[in-house]
Ligand binder design. Structure first.
Ligand SMILES: Cc1ncc(COP(=O)(O)O)c(CN[C@@H](CCCC(=O)O)C(=O)O)c1O
Length: 396
């Protein structure tokens, strides 16, 4: 049967399911010699390989029947309890998900209908846009600055829209690297509660702060007010290993109960062995591990900013991250897709920014991830990128 035989038989919603720019780009950047700043992949040298090998073998030898059997949709109880204790909530307010990417998909499935408004930052995480888009919502986007969502713009939007939820990444936002200060976090929690609009806080980069200390989450601030209006998504991807696909949602019991039902239909449960392994890995030395990860990413981020300051021509604006894995760049009158094509000739890759804008725009923006690059590769990659950019600027 040829392609049309199948495509004409897909359901109506299939047309809303589109490819992920990052996933498609990752295929492109596998070519030997390419310095890829595209995928937000954690530094592989930080994966707990030896420890995981030893603990996985022990789990399989001593508790293989449990590790290899079907498990509860809610998650492996000791891991669920570990998360509940860390957040000071009841275990019924925690669901273990197959990556926080699944948390995003399940939230779309539970909260969104065709045409229903959902509010998010511009730019925002393209994986969330992709997950929500499958449910046919109407995207309402709100501008942001270096300190996150613009709350005046949010209040203006809420005067004319009643979104099913507000999706925010207040801590080292993907892709902008923005960090929302405490005062704005407190106001965002108040605004959402006053309007009766749930907040979804995606905190994938929570632990990756370079200086000072961790800011309170929207979830904590909301609970401290006794509101219970925030669903929090956390992940072990950036502090252990993304290939394990273990993450969690923390939220009010009715929400978690419905997400559990949606997850039953999606994958029954997250792999039990992976959950048991994550639980074993967080039992000892976890804080020391995370502290080391912070130091490694801080050094890479500093190398990235130095390289950009050394190589980028005037007019190019870029963020100076205080945590996370990304630098966000704005080009002077140059299309980022065109730059990517030119950059690939120099064997350097990044993610053009347009797919991060659910409401369109951003053609002159791009995201650079430094996490998998050595400091030497960062210097060389930015030199190559500036070469490609120089050729395009000569045409402007
Ligand atoms: C804000 C935000 N929320 C959820 C996720 C998904 O993380 P999980 O590994 O599913 O827990 C991510 C991971 N994003 C990376 C990873 C995507 C990796 C890939 O598609 O290969 C990126 O933006 O490049 C994220 O940044």
């Amino acid at each position: 049967m040829d392609n049309t035989y199948w495509t004409e038989r897909f359901g109506g919603s299939a047309a809303r399911i589109q490819a992920s720019t990052i996933r498609e780009l990752l295929k492109l950047t596998q070519r030997p010699g390419v310095l890829s700043f595209a995928g937000g992949l954690p530094a592989p040298e930080l994966f707990p390989k030896e420890e995981a090998a030893q603990k996985a073998a022990q789990i399989l030898r001593e508790r293989g029947e449990r590790a290899l059997q079907y498990g509860p949709t809610e998650g492996y109880a000791p891991l669920r309890e570990w998360v509940a204790q860390r957040f000071g909530v009841e275990v019924e307010e925690v669901l273990i998900t197959t990556g926080s990417q699944q948390g995003l998909d399940l939230l779309g499935k539970v909260f969104l209908d065709e045409g229903s408004p959902v509010l998010l930052e511009a730019p925002s995480y393209l994986g969330a846009i992709q997950a929500f888009r499958a449910y046919g919502p109407r995207f309402v986007t709100v501008a942001m600055d270096a300190e996150g969502m613009d709350l005046e713009a949010l209040e203006e939007a809420l005067r004319r829209e009643r979104p099913r939820f507000i999706y925010a990444i207040p801590t080292f936002q993907n892709p902008s690297s923005a960090l929302m200060p405490l005062s704005r976090r407190e106001r965002l929690v108040e605004i959402a509660h006053a309007h009766g609009v749930p907040l979804v806080e995606d905190d994938a980069y929570a632990e990756l702060y370079f200086d000072g200390k961790k800011l309170p989450t929207l979830f904590e601030l909301d609970r401290a007010q006794g509101y219970g209006n925030v669903v929090y998504l956390g992940s072990f991807s950036k502090v252990l290993a993304p290939g394990l696909r273990v993450a969690y949602a923390v939220g009010p019991k009715p929400v978690i109960a419905k997400l559990v039902q949606a997850k039953q239909g999606a994958d029954l449960h997250t792999p039990v062995l992976n959950q048991m392994l994550v639980h074993a890995l967080v039992q000892e030395g976890f804080e020391a591990r995370v502290a080391r990860i912070r130091e490694v990413y801080r050094a890479k981020a500093e190398a990235m900013v130095r390289a950009l300051e050394a190589h980028m021509p005037p007019g190019v604006r870029f963020s100076r991250p205080r945590g996370g894995m990304f630098v966000w760049m704005e080009l002077p009158g140059v299309n980022a897709q065109a730059l990517l094509e030119e950059a690939l000739k120099e064997d350097v890759a990044f993610v053009p920014g347009a797919p991060f804008f659910a409401g369109g725009g951003g053609e002159n923006t791009l995201r650079l991830s430094y996490a998998t690059m050595t400091e030497g590769e960062i210097q060389e990659g930015m030199r190559r990128l500036s070469q490609a950019l120089g050729r395009l600027l000569a045409l402007v």
